[in-house]
Design a protein around this ligand. Structure first.
Ligand code: SF4
Ligand code: SF4
Length: 92
């Protein structure tokens, strides 16, 4: 039976595509939290503590491969992002 990486689990908000990930480790280095705790250099990062993610997207910006890592922003935070966008549309 093939093993399932924690990053492939549907409920996880941080999704790494092992077919696109080059195992460069940049997302692990840039993360200020323990989300990728225990990841092994040279392997696809392990999403150990997804609940610690602060959703600032640093890992996505740092990743050199588009689509290798994605965040599923929880609804309350999505509303905050939306409010920010709407604020920018308000004329001064
Ligand atoms: S968004 Fe930030 S806290 Fe969350 S996994 Fe990426 S780098 Fe870590
Ligand atoms: S930065 Fe992107 S390519 Fe590099 S290990 Fe993380 S997900 Fe994989």
């Amino acid at each position: 039976m093939p093993s399932v990486a924690k990053s492939d689990i549907v409920d996880c908000n941080i999704i790494i595509d092992p077919n696109k990930c080059t195992r460069c480790g940049r997302c692990v280095e840039v993360c200020s939290e323990d989300v990728f705790f225990g990841s092994v250099p040279g392997e696809v990062p392990t999403v150990t503590y997804p609940e610690e993610c602060i959703y600032f997207n640093c890992c996505v910006y740092e990743c050199p491969v588009p689509g290798a890592i994605r965040l599923r922003i929880p609804l309350p935070m999505s509303l905050l992002y939306k409010d920010e966008e709407q604020d920018q549309d308000i004329p001064e």
